[in-house]
Design a protein around this ligand. Structure first.
Ligand code: CA
Ligand code: CA
Length: 340
């Protein structure tokens, strides 16, 4: 009887042990798995091992941004190489607006983008040559209030010289400049699409700003609303500002601040920049190939924030929309160029 009981116990143990061992193995695997990013780390190691096995190649020189001008007085352009990125902002991002989602993957082809915003001097050359008129009304800031007043890119309610970004520019004005530049050079100048703009502004970062997430570090990288504006602009004491001093109450000469990783200046701050796209209030149905989203041209999209914008508007994902005919003394642009 004892022998029989012993035999039954032994068989039961043999059946049970593998199940327990499997559970233990699973528990051990779960306990030892890193919280994040394990999927990419081993792949990188494998890649290195594969490379080491191949014949050694001469090291590649780092790719410097390609800078060019199509004529001596033309805007300085940077070649932005193709790639994919996540457009929009996650729900957790401070200051986020609803129209910045859903985050979606977008593929952008190689194109060129102005290193800086178009300057007042560059726009003046266009007006001199073409006698283009921007009209005589612009939304300007006076005694703390924005109103549509007499004014234009020459008279915008604050001091500027030819190195500052042109402002009081509407979408039609920006398009007219790009068309003229195309005629002048024989090249395909245009406004950037919204996807191209954000891809370039991020400079391969996923943070709210190209320098990171902290708005109070803005003053080395972008001209936004800051302590200078608060001290010098009448009515600005109640503004929400970046908690630092950038030295400019209104616009700054283009390129006064550090460039992003792609070599572009002032993608955030200084003046808002018109894009080619019509405005839609979410990314549901947005193109994923970097092209402009059209179909509702009542409003066009501006990006990047300006000298009078609070931290929540000086982010890579922020989207502003305006009627194409409207001129504000914080609206400007930069040009893009198709390379094919
Ligand atoms: Ca400022
Ligand atoms: Ca800007």
């Amino acid at each position: 009887m004892r022998n029989l009981l012993g035999l039954i116990t032994a068989i039961f143990c043999l059946m049970w042990m593998p199940a327990q061992a499997q559970a233990q193995a699973q528990a051990q695997a779960q306990a030892s798995a890193p919280a994040q990013a394990p999927a990419q780390a081993p792949a990188a190691k494998q890649g290195k091992a594969t490379k080491a096995a191949k014949a050694p190649k001469a090291p590649k020189a780092p790719k410097a941004p390609k800078i060019f001008r199509d004529c001596p007085s033309c805007p300085e352009m940077l070649t932005i190489r193709s790639g994919s990125f996540d457009m929009g902002s996650p729900g957790s991002e401070a200051g986020r607006a609803k129209d910045e989602g859903p985050v979606h993957r977008v593929k952008v082809a190689t194109f060129a983008l102005g290193k800086t915003e178009i300057t007042r001097g560059q726009f003046a050359a266009f007006v001199k040559k073409t006698h283009y008129s921007t009209g005589d009304k612009c939304w300007t800031l006076k005694d703390g209030n924005y109103e549509e007043r007499s004014g234009n890119w020459r008279e915008l309610g604050y001091p500027q010289d030819d190195k500052h970004p042109v402002a009081c520019i509407n979408w039609n004005d920006a398009k007219a400049y790009a068309k003229w530049l195309s005629r002048k050079t024989g090249k395909k100048y245009r406004l950037p699409t919204e996807a191209e703009w954000e891809y370039a502004a991020r400079g391969n970062t996923g943070t709210a700003r190209y320098w990171g997430s902290n708005p109070d570090e803005a003053c080395g990288y972008a001209n936004g609303a800051d302590k200078t504006a608060q001290a010098q602009i009448h009515g600005a004491t109640s503004w929400s500002v970046h908690n630092c001093t950038d030295g400019f109450a209104y616009t700054a000469p283009v390129g006064s601040f550090k460039a992003n990783a792609y070599g572009l200046n002032d993608m955030l701050g200084n003046v808002w920049e018109w894009t080619e796209d019509d405005y839609h209030d979410s990314y549901n149905g947005a193109p994923t190939d970097g092209s402009a989203w059209q179909g509702n041209d009542a409003k066009r999209v501006l990006r990047g924030g300006s000298w009078n914008d609070a931290p929540r508007n000086v982010r890579a994902a922020i989207r502003y929309s305006s009627q194409p005919a409207l001129r504000f003394n914080s609206f400007g642009f930069r040009v893009a160029k198709s390379l094919k």
